[in-house]
Design a protein around this ligand. Structure first.
Ligand code: ARG
Length: 569
């Protein structure tokens, strides 16, 4: 595909003798296409060229040698160059690329030979897999697919919280109340009930806490009976999570969680000692980080046990050896910001700065209700992720039964729409913001939602079906796509690859989510203004091809977010 930005930067570099790559970064896309398809702010050059921006703009315009096939016209407005690209070339380059790559359109090989490790989901076993883990699962899943599409070798790690005092609690609880719950028929539910009850009762009864500690100690010491129980609880939990992962289409290459690092902590502690980094503080062993304005990183507690940070240090070291990654992305809530800063700093002090530079903590906000309150048990609404996904599916089924009860494969379609709606809602805004979870918004088929994108996609499919075929590119007269609305669509499609790369650079799937809304809306404006099926065959063919292109990009993009597209709805 022709790279318009690069072309512009090259030509400006020739006139100004400035660095082409730098210049390319300055190129903007104006909010309104009357101001050009691209704009170049000359303010950025004022310092280098020692001239006023409007003068620079005029100079460039006067001396630039443009290829009319690529750049149609340049206007000077104040300190800006407003650049209009050749629309016929745009149409041709986009449609040819689509016809060449189809569902691979937008993919790239910038990640070739590189490994991106993405750690996400990572629920805490024995505790409920609740809505709190929706975001990491969805954001991480999208990044996993996006990096893959960019040519990276991707490794998805589910760093299960499968070690810790919570097991002591559950095992103690089971020993006390085994007969009070239906472990036979509903093991997972009973485990959760036990855990919740234990937490409640332990507040009034400190002996319970002691008991949990004892059990956990037995587990740490490897007492076979207890280890067996732990293994069983872990297995039941993972099996149970699979139902949620299946609904969300989440894939992992490794389930190495915290427990996996039990025997890998001793070496890292030793290494810390050898490197002179561990010091004694109030009975604990810590790495002092005062110099970096952080509280000390506790490695061994005063009770002599390892903790969360110890395991993360061991895990990072292990991943360095195992994957020799180019990127290691931790998709974990914002409240663990400090934890990751500490872990990264300690690894840096140990001499792994080269790898730490490749690590990123990708934080995100909470899930809140319309009133801004964190979604939890207080209001009695369901908080288990699986239940919420099923609720979404049921709600969509109701809508379908009401509006289109004849639809075939209702269940399958309701699943795609319901789950897609939840996924899209999670990714629709920048991740650091709290996600508002409100059914009316999530399932609004007219809003900026997953169902809306699916609806537009289905629209493109039904138009093509109605016409009876997908047109071949060689039958298309590019001159038939001239309308403002058609050009707008093509410009958006042209930006697809850049958008995906941008989403990866910022680890921000919302950039792609917004893009899909823009594309859907622009297609909607197009078919509100122009008939696609018409008597004029050459117009119809061109518009059908455009319709095909929109559908293709919507599908590819939505799937990168983890959604599935229904063919009918
Ligand atoms: N299990 C943790 C939690 O649910 C998240 C794990 C984050 N990853 C890490 N490497 N510490 O809070």
């Amino acid at each position: 595909m022709i790279n318009f930005k690069k072309e512009i930067a090259q030509k400006i570099a020739k006139v100004t003798n400035l660095n082409e790559k730098e210049l390319e970064k300055y190129i903007e896309v104006p909010p309104n296409s009357d101001l050009g398809d691209y704009a170049f702010p000359c303010f950025k050059l004022a310092k280098d060229l020692r001239k006023a921006p409007p003068m620079i703009a005029n100079d460039i315009k006067e001396n630039i040698e443009i290829d009319k096939n690529i750049i149609e016209r340049i206007d000077v407005v104040g300190g800006y160059l407003n650049i209009f690209i050749n629309k016929a070339t745009l149409v041709e380059t986009v449609l040819e690329e689509i016809s060449k790559s189809n569902e691979k359109y937008g993919a790239s090989n910038i990640g070739e030979g590189k490994t991106a490790v993405i750690e996400y989901s990572s629920p805490n076993i024995a505790k409920p897999f609740h809505i709190g883990h929706l975001r990491t699962t969805v954001i991480g899943g999208a990044l996993y697919k996006i990096y893959n599409f960019l040519g990276y070798k991707t490794i998805g790690i589910n760093y299960l919280g499968d070690w810790g005092l919570q097991f002591g609690k559950v095992i103690a609880g089971i020993s006390l109340w085994k007969d009070e719950y239906d472990f036979e028929n509903d093991e997972m539910g009973s485990i959760l009930k036990t855990y919740i009850r234990f937490n409640k009762e332990e507040k009034e009864n400190p002996e319970l806490t002691e008991m949990a500690r004892d059990y956990f100690k037995k587990l740490e010491n490897g007492e076979p009976e207890i280890v067996k129980q732990w293994e069983h609880i872990r297995k039941i939990s993972i099996d149970n999570y699979q139902k949620t992962y299946k609904l969300l289409n989440s894939k992992f290459d490794s389930y190495n969680g915290e427990a996996y690092y039990n025997d890998k902590m001793e070496p890292i502690v030793k290494e810390l000692i050898e490197k002179g980094l561990l010091k004694e503080s109030q009975g604990a062993k810590v790495v002092d980080l005062e110099e970096y304005d952080m509280p000390p990183c506790i490695v061994i507690t005063s009770a002599g046990t390892t903790i969360y940070a110890t395991r993360d240090l061991a895990a990072l070291k292990d991943r360095i050896n195992k994957y020799d990654f180019d990127k290691l992305i931790y998709v974990v809530g914002n409240e663990q910001q400090l934890h990751f800063k500490q872990v990264f700093k300690v690894m840096e002090l140990m001499g792994y700065e080269k790898y730490v530079a490749r690590c990123t903590h990708v934080p995100f906000g909470l899930v809140v209700d319309k009133e801004g309150e964190k979604i939890g048990s207080r209001k009695g609404n369901s908080v288990f992720l699986e239940d919420i996904l099923n609720e979404a599916i049921d709600k969509v089924k109701d809508i379908i039964n009401e509006k289109n009860s004849e639809l075939q494969d209702k269940d399958e379609i309701a699943k795609k729409i319901g789950v897609g709606a939840i996924i899209f809602n999670d990714l629709a805004n920048s991740r650091i913001k709290d996600e508002v979870f409100d059914w009316d918004t999530i399932l609004n088929f007219q809003g900026e939602t997953g169902p809306y994108i699916q609806y537009i996609y289905v629209r493109t499919r039904s138009i093509l079906n109605k016409a009876g075929y997908t047109p071949k590119l060689k039958e298309i007269d590019y001159n038939m796509l001239k309308e403002k609305e058609a050009i707008e669509i093509l410009k958006i499609i042209y930006m697809f690859s850049e958008t995906i790369q941008n989403a990866a650079d910022k680890n921000e799937p919302s950039i792609l989510a917004r893009y899909l809304i823009d594309l859907s809306q622009s297609f909607s404006s197009f078919y509100n203004e122009h008939k696609i099926i018409t008597d004029d065959e050459s117009i119809q063919n061109a518009r059908l091809y455009l319709t095909y292109a929109v559908g293709t990009v919507l599908k590819t993009g939505a799937e990168l977010l983890g959604m599935e597209m229904p063919e009918r709805m």
